[in-house]
Design a protein around this ligand. Structure first.
Ligand code: ADP
Length: 457
């Protein structure tokens, strides 16, 4: 509205207030130029042509008066000679011209007249006169006359048009500004309402955009934020649920076996040792679980750092594989191990061992009934590749992108009681990424999976 008002004010100023003086300046210039043309063509063949031309072009009247003060030629557009150039005036103008340093008179005359319907008006006219010859021997006097009259009616027309334009523009400005602010503020008000709901923990609200690209963008971003917050929130719930569940199982076992030792097997050395063994195992599991959760929270808060150093992976892996001897002897697992000797990579020894154990443990957990697990370590060009393959159910293509997420567990009714937090691969992924190693999984459903990582050397 303000902008429209400023433009209209400018329009009014220029069209109405300044138009008169602007037009008059222009007319005086025309009069002076025409007079100069006439004077310079005086006495030449084209003199009368020039007179015709300038009068027609610029709407002027021209009078040429001889040395005896008689009219010899005129183009009198408005029959005004009697009025503006009576004999007495000619004599007077002649004197003024002779006395003027620039040999000319220039008059702006105001005439007070009445229009047809009786309104008083002021007509302004311009009269320019000069002479040809010398002051003592005047050959001719030339008067050029211009009326400034048409300007009055033009201003009237403009003014009445401007009234209409002003009205239309202000109305339009009002309607448009109202419409735009309504269009913008309505969706923003809605978004604000939804944001309030979001703040109160309602993650299912949808932010609606509307009309404007930016508002749409904002609502999309807020929808995304809401879904992220809701994910984090449900992750928190999952965390608490799965942590308390995972903690409760070993704790129940520990309590049960401790009671058993107290009540039953306390005196029986063999059975007591067996029960104590279970307690120790469960405590270990608790330890691993708590360790994983600590690792996860360190990864999430960015407080984890790795210290890579030359690490002789071949012999360390051979040592690590000895931990599985008991599984082979007691539980019918069989390991196919192929380790190229003397390979050294640059890695954080503690972290990379955790990664390898994690992948092997998963293979043990998820391998098929034949209990076979393949572990390979070899060098290929400038890469050292670690691979562990199992013969289990494999992972569906849809699930593969998610197995690296925290707390992700594929929902299968697995034959073996699978215990896991869904944190293992999340830690593996983050550790390998911190090392800058490539990693991945190739899996065929029903055939098994191969988890691998590669270190460049
Ligand atoms: P978990 O503690 O549940 O094993 P992980 O993060 O190690 O957690 O693994 C996430 C999920 O990926 C597992 O629940 C399992 O469904 C799937 N997965 C991991 N390794 C294998 C494997 N070798 N074969 C089949 N599925 C696997």
């Amino acid at each position: 509205m303000l902008f429209a008002s400023v433009i209209l004010t400018l329009l009014w100023l220029f069209q109405i207030v300044f138009l008169q003086s602007y037009y008059q300046n222009m007319r005086s210039k025309v009069v002076l130029e025409s007079a100069a043309k006439i004077v310079s063509s005086y006495g030449k063949d084209e003199f009368f042509d020039t007179l015709e031309l300038v009068t027609r072009q610029d709407d002027l009247s021209i009078f040429i008066i001889n040395s005896e003060n008689n009219l010899t030629y005129s183009i009198d557009q408005w029959d005004i000679r009697e009025k503006i150039l009576p004999f007495s005036s000619v004599v007077q103008y002649r004197m003024e011209m002779i006395n003027s340093p620039n040999r000319a008179i220039y008059n702006k005359v105001q005439e007070h007249t009445y229009t047809k319907n009786g309104k008083p008006t002021v007509n302004e006219t311009l009269l320019f006169g000069t002479y040809i010859g010398s002051a003592t021997d005047i050959k001719a006097m030339i008067f050029v006359y211009a009326s400034l009259d048409p300007i009055g009616s033009t201003v009237d027309i403009l003014r009445s048009q401007l009234y209409q334009i002003t009205f239309i523009v202000l109305l339009l400005a009002f309607v448009i500004s109202f419409f735009i602010s309504w269009q913008i503020s309505r969706p923003i008000t809605k978004i604000t309402k939804s944001a309030r709901q979001l703040a109160q923990g309602d993650y299912n609200i949808a932010f609606e955009g509307g009309g404007y690209g930016e508002v749409d963008e904002l609502s999309k971003t807020l929808n995304f934020a809401a879904s992220e917050i809701s994910k984090v929130d449900s992750m928190h719930r999952d965390l608490i649920a799965s942590v308390s569940h995972d903690l409760r199982t070993p704790l129940t076992m520990i309590k049960a076996y401790a009671e058993m030792i107290r009540d039953i097997s306390g005196e029986d050395r063999n059975r007591r040792d067996e029960h104590i063994g279970v307690i120790i195992d469960e405590a270990d599991r608790l330890g691993v679980l708590v360790g994983d959760i600590l690792d996860m929270s360190r990864i999430d808060s960015g407080r984890i750092n790795i210290n890579p150093a030359p690490y002789e992976i071949s012999s360390r892996l051979i040592e690590l594989m000895q931990r599985y001897d008991a599984l082979i002897e007691n539980d019918g697992y069989s390991f196919d191990i192929s380790i190229e000797p003397n390979l050294t990579i640059n890695a954080d020894s503690v972290r990379i061992e955790q990664v390898m154990l994690n992948l092997i443990n998963n293979a043990v957990t998820y391998t098929g009934d034949d209990g076979r697990i393949f572990v390979r370590l070899y060098k290929d060009e400038n890469r050292v590749r670690f691979e562990v393959r199992d013969t289990g159910d494999g992972i569906s293509a849809e699930a593969i992108p998610f197995i690296w997420d925290k707390f992700y567990k594929v929902n299968t009714s697995h034959k073996r009681a699978v215990v896991g937090t869904g944190l293992g691969l999340y830690i593996v992924k983050n550790t390998l990424e911190m090392h800058g190693f490539k990693y991945g999984v190739d899996s065929t459903e029903g055939k098994g999976s191969t988890f691998w990582f590669e270190a460049t050397v």
